[in-house]
Write a protein that binds this ligand. Structure first.
Ligand code: HEM
Length: 402
């Protein structure tokens, strides 16, 4: 399948801010200026021709109201920002009510706060062993050597899949999300992931373990075992939803700390500052934008959205709305009023938010305990990825090797 990108000049500038491109260099570098320009237009809903076209609200109320309105904006056609099909089979993220309720319920036991507490020590050990691998060198890539390595291993352990394949999983997830606009990378990676998970499912049926896939095998819906395709699709969802998102959040938080010594100081001196800081990292660097399709001709803030039109639920933009947040484009480490929607809103609100918060907090606290002082090695070497999930892919930093 081929997609039309918006026309660009040599600098990659798309001209009209409405014609945004979530994968474009300008947007990836500085999405907030696009949001604020759209917010200040007569019609505060962006409309882009990129990737078969989409509509993008940018105010907190418009994004939240649309996220809660599953009658007008369905998740069943695609939740990708490119309008492609999601993984085959029903998953929590690709169903509407009434199915959504029972499909989501399959995921909740392992994602509840009590269950997540049991993964804390293992996550901390993982972080410490990663740091031990580079500390003596006095330099590391905080994104590639650290942030990228954590969520894939945590979710692999939960699913009971071998974490020696971590690099392969990361490659598949990047092809599915980050390189979704490049040729058939996304379809090929999805095919490999689904095939791999079918083989894992067959193994669990032979010899069940204590992991999420084994739990799925024992679950029932309407008195019948869960269909294999749903088990595979839900497992794929956990890998895809759990890796890139959390790695982006950890990486952008470390990027922030590398470039803001005052905020490092606050966290080093005041253990109580962490609660507010974690929420501000999530608000300011929100990684995830989701897709929906309009089920009927409708409108948002007076701007028409035709039936079948694709809507981008721009949670990162909602989190920078000045009507909702004081001084929204400033990172305020002890921001008290912070009802951000980094994890979405409504029935599809992130099922993994407890796990994500735990991973983010432990990854940052372990880093700060071992490496309290660090800075960018070369600001020009920092790279960011865009699309469905925005976050840094390379953040080279230097620190004392002691
Ligand atoms: C900082 C990290 C994360 C962020 C910012 C994030 C963000 C989001 C957002 C915005 C949604 C809403 C989707 C929609 O409205 O269509 C969502 C849904 C979801 N997330 Fe996360 N997520 C994160 C980490 C995780 C983790 C670690 C997992 C589990 C391994 C996970 C699993 C899910 C699932 C299963 C859904 C679908 C829920 C449903 O449709 O009912 N997420 N996430």
């Amino acid at each position: 399948m081929t997609y039309t990108k918006p026309s660009t000049d040599d600098t990659g500038d798309t001209g009209d801010v409405g014609d945004y491109d979530l994968f474009g260099d300008d947007y990836v570098r500085d999405p907030a200026s696009t949001w604020s320009q759209i917010r200040n237009r007569e019609c505060p809903v962006g409309h882009s021709t990129a990737y078969d076209g989409s509509y993008m609200p940018v105010t907190y109320d418009d994004v939240c109201n649309a996220a809660r309105n599953h009658e007008s904006f369905t998740s069943t056609q695609s939740v990708s920002v490119l309008g492609l099909e999601g993984p085959p089979g029903s998953t929590a993220i690709t169903t509407d009510p009434p199915d959504h309720q029972w499909v989501r319920r399959m995921l909740l036991p392992t994602m509840a706060p009590g269950a997540v507490r049991a993964y804390e020590e293992g996550t901390a050990e993982l972080c410490r062993s990663l740091i031990a691998g580079f500390k003596s060198e006095g330099r590391a890539d905080a994104a590639a050597d650290y942030a990228q390595q954590i969520p894939v291993r945590v979710i692999s352990a939960l699913l009971g899949v071998p974490d020696e394949q971590a690099d392969e999983f990361v490659g598949w997830v990047r092809d599915i999300l980050e390189f979704a606009n490049v040729g058939d990378l996304r379809e090929v990676a999805l095919g490999k992931l689904v095939k791999f998970l079918f083989s894992q499912l067959a193994q669990r049926k032979e010899s069940p373990g204590s992991d999420i896939i084994s739990d799925f095998v024992h679950m029932e819906h309407d008195g019948a075992p869960i269909d294999d395709m749903i088990i595979v699709a839900q497992s794929a969802l956990l890998l895809v939803a759990g890796i890139d998102t959390t790695w982006s959040a950890i990486g952008s938080s470390l990027y922030h700390l590398a470039t803001h010594p005052d905020d490092r100081k606050v966290l080093a001196e005041d253990p109580d500052a962490w609660d507010y800081a974690i929420e501000e990292f999530l608000r300011f660097y929100s990684p995830v934008t989701m897709g929906r399709a309009a089920t009927q001709d409708t409108e948002i803030a007076g701007c028409p959205i035709p039936k079948g039109g694709r809507l981008l639920l721009n949670f990162p933009g909602a989190n920078r709305d000045p009507e909702m947040f004081v001084d929204p484009d400033t990172f305020i480490i002890d921001r008290a009023q912070n009802r951000h929607v980094a994890f979405g809103a409504g029935i599809h609100r992130c099922a993994g938010s407890n796990l994500a918060r735990m991973e983010l907090r432990i990854a940052l606290q372990e880093w700060m305990a071992a490496i309290p002082e660090f800075e960018l090695e070369d600001a020009d070497a920092v790279t960011w990825a865009g699309g469905q999930v925005r976050g840094p892919r390379s953040v080279p930093v230097v620190f004392s090797a002691q």
